[in-house]
Design a protein. Sequence first.
Length: 188
Amino acid sequence: MKSRLWNALPHAGSPVFRMMHIIVALLILTQIINSNFIESEAIDEQGLTSIITWFHIISGFGLIFCGIFMMAWMLNIRGARYYFSWATFDISGIVADVKTLMRFQLPEAHAGGIAASIQGLGVLSLLGVSVSGALWFLLNAAQNPLASSLMHWHKNLTSLIEIYFFAHGAMGLLHLFINKAFQQQQNK
């Protein structure tokens, strides 16, 4: 069961990227959960709230490095145009994928397609959330008045990463189930 699940996960040809994907997903999930229990005032205190707050801060800095690693890996392997063709107003890959979906088929991942665009946007949002949180932390420590503005941005960007996290996970599970059903139908 464990090996079948492992083989069903994406990025089979890149075990390092696959592990980074899993680490990022777990860190984001812990960030979402523990964000309900943190307080900026707890940074200088002791106790459970302080521990949770510091875990949030440290794992947030870790997500910056993970996001940079993922983005560098993606750009090195496939290039910016693969993930961000929409930025040059080339949406032909997305249009092709929508047409495929309208025929009730799953499109294959390809340059400029929905899957590639979503992955690129996901890593950008990961970096936006984690960098804004880190900047807030640094400015707050320096008692800079811009810290409150950055906290506002961090919280708003967090909404985007939460939506992305759950939608991406749901689509990934749906993809796994559809592939499994397709394989079972072919084996009959």
